[in-house]
Design a protein around this ligand. Structure first.
Ligand SMILES: C[S@@+](CC[C@H](N)C(=O)[O-])C[C@H]1O[C@@H](n2cnc3c(N)ncnc32)[C@H](O)[C@@H]1O
Length: 307
C-alpha cells in the first residue's frame, strides 16, 4: 500500500530527527537526545568509572544473585575490555555458529526490503553492517557501551557498496527515535541484560512502523536434556578456560558470566514468556527458531497495524 501524504511527512520528520541524533556516525559527536533520549554526556564519561562491582568477581553477599547477572551496571562492566577482538572471539567460542545465527536475523530483517533499519545493542555493528549490505538500507545502530561502538567504527567508516550505517550511544529502553520510524528493528544478545525485557521489547516495537519487522538473536538453553547437559558443561567448564586462553582475563570473566546469565534469564523468562511479551508489544505472526540444537534462538514478528 502506498504511504499517505501524512505518513510521508511523518517519515520525513523522523528521518531529520534520526540524522540529528546520529550526527556524523561518531559517538563523540553525539549530542544527548531530547525527551526519553539517549545517554547524557555524563553517562558516556562514566562508562568505566561508575560501573558496579564486576558480576563475576563481586562477593556473593554484595548483591542479590539476580542483580549480578543483569541490569545496566552489569551490561557496562561485562563489556569493558572486550571490544578489540569481540567479533572474532564470539565466532570462535561459538564454534562458528554465531555467524549462521546472525545471517538468519539479517534474512528476516531483509525480507521486507526495508529502507530504514534500527539495530539495537549493535556492539561493533556486525548485524547493522550486514543488514545494510543485504538491503541497501540506511541503518542506525544504538548501544549502551561507547567502547563497543568504537570497535565498529573502522568498518562503519569504510565505504559500503550500498546503504549506510551510523551509530550512537543509547539505551534500548529509551530509544531516541519517534514512533514508527523504522521499517525493521533488529537486536541481538540484549534482553538478558535488561531489568525489564518486556518494556524493552515494547520500546523497540514503538519505533517500528506498522507492518515492519522485529527480528532478534539471543542465546538459549537447549531444551533436550542430553544437549542441555553438554551445553552446561561447555558454558560452565570449557568456556571460561577457552575464553581466558584466547582473549585474556576479560574473556575469562565473560566465559564465567555467560552460562549463569543465560540460565537465570530463561528461568525467569521462558521462551513462551518471550513470545507473549512480543505479542503484548503489538507484534503479530511471532515465530521462533531454535538454532544449533537450541543453543541459539532467532525470533521474528511483524508489527500489527492497530498498535
Ligand atoms: C553480546 S553484545 C552483542 C553485540 C551485537 N549485537 C552483536 O551481536 O555483535 C551485547 C551488547 O548489548 C549492549 N547492551 C546491553 N544492555 C544494553 C541496553 N540496555 N541498551 C543498549 N545496549 C545494551 C552491550 O553494550 C553490548 O554491546
Amino acid at each position: 500500500m502506498a504511504p499517505s501524504p501524512r505518513d510521508s511527512v511523518a517519515r520525513a520528520r523522523a528521518l531529520v530527527a534520526l540524522k540529528r541524533v546520529l550526527a556524523g556516525g561518531d559517538p563523540r559527536k553525539l549530542s544527548p537526545a531530547g525527551a526519553g533520549g539517549g545517554l547524557a554526556r555524563n553517562d558516556l564519561a562514566c562508562e568505566s568509572a561508575a560501573v558496579a562491582p564486576n558480576p563475576v568477581t563481586a562477593p556473593p553477599d554484595r548483591a542479590p544473585r539476580d542483580q549480578r547477572l543483569r541490569g545496566e551496571p552489569v551490561a557496562r562492566s561485562v563489556f569493558t575490555g572486550l571490544p578489540d577482538r569481540y567479533d572474532r572471539l564470539a565466532y570462535l567460542l561459538s564454534f562458528g555458529q554465531d555467524r549462521r545465527w546472525r545471517r538468519a536475523v539479517v534474512g528476516h530483517a531483509a525480507a521486507a526490503a526495508p529502507r530504514l533499519v534500527l539495530d539495537v545493542a549493535t556492539g561493533p555493528a556486525g548485524i547493522a553492517l550486514a543488514v545494510a549490505a543485504a538491503t541497501g538500507a540506511d541503518v542506525a545502530g544504538v548501544d549502551l557501551n561507547e567502547s563497543m561502538l568504537r570497535a565498529g567504527l573502522p568498518r562503519i567508516h569504510r565505504p559500503l557498496p550500498a546503504g549506510r550505517v551510523r551509530v550512537a550511544a543509547g539505551r534500548a529502553d529509551q530509544l531516541p527515535f519517534a514512533d514508527a520510524t523504522f521499517d525493521a528493528v533488529t537486536f541481538s544478545y540484549l534482553l538478558r541484560y535488561t531489568d525489564d525485557p518486556a518494556a524493552t521489547v515494547a520500546e523497540m516495537a514503538r519505533c517500528l512502523r506498522p507492518g515492519g519487522t522485529l527480528a532478534c538473536l539471543e542465546f538459549n538453553v537447549p531444551p533436550r536434556p542430553a544437549w542441555r547437559a553438554a551445553w552446561w558443561c561447555y558454558t560452565r567448564l570449557a568456556l571460561p578456560v577457552l575464553g581466558g586462553l584466547t582473549g585474556g582475563p576479560a574473556w575469562y570473566r565473560v566465559g564465567r558470566f555467560l552460562g549463569p546469565s543465560i540460565s537465570a534469564h530463561y528461568r525467569r523468562h521462558p521462551l513462551a514468556w518471550h513470545v507473549a511479551a512480543w505479542q503484548a508489544a503489538g507484534l503479530t505472526e511471532v515465530r521462533t527458531e531454535l538454532m544449533s540444537l537450541g543453543g541459539g534462538l532467532v525470533m521474528w514478528g511483524r508489527k500489527g497495524s492497530a498498535s
